[in-house]
Ligand binder design. Structure first.
Ligand SMILES: Cc1cc2nc3c(=O)[nH]c(=O)nc-3n(C[C@H](O)[C@H](O)[C@H](O)COP(=O)(O)O)c2cc1C
Length: 272
């Protein structure tokens, strides 16, 4: 009982009884601990909710920077939005390889589409380890001054060792030469699988080819050079074979028949 309260005065009401209870009593300790947890969780929830719009803006900005970087047109001196305006986003129908007019490209939500049963499919064969594949994807077209395609930037994702890696691959106007590849999100181990972000490793992708002259998908991430030759070879990461296998699988899935092959064919034939 607090020392300033006369011993013969009984505390009134629950608050009075709480204040009068000994500070180191079990009841008071539990009530104070629970109240603190409640207040702290309210503060954290309020912060999370109020910061959500800012996070969304940052996510979009980060995605745009990655599109610019993988296409080799990122300049830190130039506003991201201004530079990104050079790209033409399109919602691609993966199966037909044609752009879809069924969606508003500005508001199309790729993440939601990938989970919507009407806009995605469950994968029986799933080398990329993604479970479901959206039937439509937002892709980014970069055109030259006369409107001809310069590069296309295509989103790719798939499982590595610990995490799903999300990134972009940039393909030249011929639909076959790789300009670059980079991931913007993953949780592979720093120094091992996370070396997918190492600029020296990424530089290997520039100039490599997807398909041989007879149309076989030959690009391979492996320790040894594939039969098709060095033009199709990306050296696997040392000490990170499993992440490398994941990257090989996801790249081959997304650039193959189940992914962007129909679109890249259209591109090759000049139909984009
Ligand atoms: C703590 C820890 C983290 C690891 N992280 C990765 C990783 O991110 N990616 C990966 O492929 N292997 C990782 N490995 C190694 C794999 O378990 C495996 O040994 C490796 O992929 C074999 O590659 P190597 O044949 O090139 O040595 C990790 C191992 C340990 C112990």
């Amino acid at each position: 009982m607090p020392s300033d309260m006369p011993e013969n005065v009984k505390p009134k009401g629950p608050i009075g009884r709480f204040l009068a209870a000994p500070a180191d009593g079990v009841g008071k300790t539990i009530i104070v601990a629970v109240s603190l947890c409640l207040v702290a969780s309210l503060v954290v929830s309020a912060a999370a909710v109020s910061l959500r719009p800012t996070q969304k803006v940052n996510e979009v900005r980060n995605m745009r920077i990655n599109v610019l970087q993988v296409a080799g047109v990122y300049d830190p001196e130039v506003s991201v939005d201004e530079a990104f305006a050079a790209f033409e986003p399109q919602v691609l129908n993966l199966k037909t390889g044609a752009f879809s007019t069924d969606f508003d490209v500005a508001s199309f939500d790729d993440e939601a589409a990938a989970e919507d049963p009407a806009l995605s499919r469950a994968l029986d064969e799933d080398p990329a380890g993604i479970g479901r594949q959206a039937l439509y994807r937002t892709v980014y077209i970069l055109r030259d001054d006369v409107g001809a395609v310069d590069k296309v930037v295509l989103p790719i994702h798939g499982y590595g060792l610990w995490s799903t890696l999300y990134g972009f691959i940039a393909i030249e106007e011929n639909g076959n030469d790789i300009f670059g590849l980079q991931f913007y999100q993953h949780a592979e181990t720093p120094g091992l699988g996370a070396e997918v972000d190492n600029p020296r490793w990424r530089a290997q992708w520039n100039g490599k080819e997807l398909r041989t002259d007879d149309g076989e998908l030959a690009i391979t991430v492996a320790k040894s050079v594939p039969a098709a030759g060095p033009d199709y070879h990306i050296d696997a990461l040392a000490g990170a074979t499993l992440t490398s296998v994941g990257v090989n699988n996801l790249v081959r899935f997304w650039l193959g028949e189940e992914g962007y092959a129909p679109f890249l064919n259209t591109l090759k034939e000049g139909g984009v």
